[in-house]
Design a protein around this ligand. Sequence first.
Ligand code: ASP
Length: 306
Amino acid sequence: MNRKDLLGLYDLSAEEIEEILTLGLSYKAALKRGEKEHSALKGRSVITLFYENSTRTRTSFELAAKFLGAKVVSISVATSSVQKGETLVDTGKTLDAMKNDVIVIRHPMGGAPKLLADTVKAHVVNGGDGMNEHPTQALLDMLTLKEHLGSIKGLKVAILGDIRHSRVAKSNLYGLTKLGAEVRLFGPKTLLPEGLEREGAIVCSSREEAVKGADAVMGLRIQLERQKAGNFPSLGEFAKYYGVDEQVLSHAKKGALVLHPGPVNRGVELSSGVIDGAQSHIEDQVLSGLAVRMSVLSLLGKEERA
Ligand code: ASP
């Protein structure tokens, strides 16, 4: 891969995605063997700059960078100069002046990582920007599928829930379709934006239609923090009409993988039985996340910063 930044899967070619997944699979195998010491980023520095809450993404990027031998600094926006009114660009320039090599940014505004990438010399990795993209989440989902099902091409993947507010759904749609999967989307009409078909999605009119014969079923978190108006009556009703329980899952292919980016609203997007059931790969996704972030950081960070 020969690019400065990873901003989204919309921009990547199928070959670039395959390259990230192939290296990610080898890092995952190494992690399973207990190998955590690598040298791909020895002598480099990585800063995480998260303007939104996160547990798994931030920890995963920081561990990935450390396992690759980088020096890692984590900026807590709540106690940084951002609170004194510093702009994103000025923060980026300050970090650049310290000769830092990689910035991982999460921001509530779609497009913020691009703005930063255009103004700093460091490599920029998008750790989730508003409702736009969350590329490493989709890459980890694809890595999990590839590991268990062999190839993404020809897979049927059902994604259910709050599609409108989900950067995970968008990145998965771009990435999975580029690799030749069929992506089916379903959720309340109010949470299904127009134009998804133009991006290659199949928009379904029932849970059963979305899930029928699917190789994988992904639930998405209801993004309560991004809901201005009530787009559905109540969480109970969402679970009843749009959630995935064992009965809905029985329409998928036997042994279909159940995925969820986390954090899960237990009993809303997925029933507890499905979350804890044999088909659930939610914990395995977390290890895939670490591996795929090691892959992304080592592929980008091996190039000298601009
Ligand atoms: N963790 C994912 C994200 O940051 C999914 C979620 O929060 O619902 O987008």
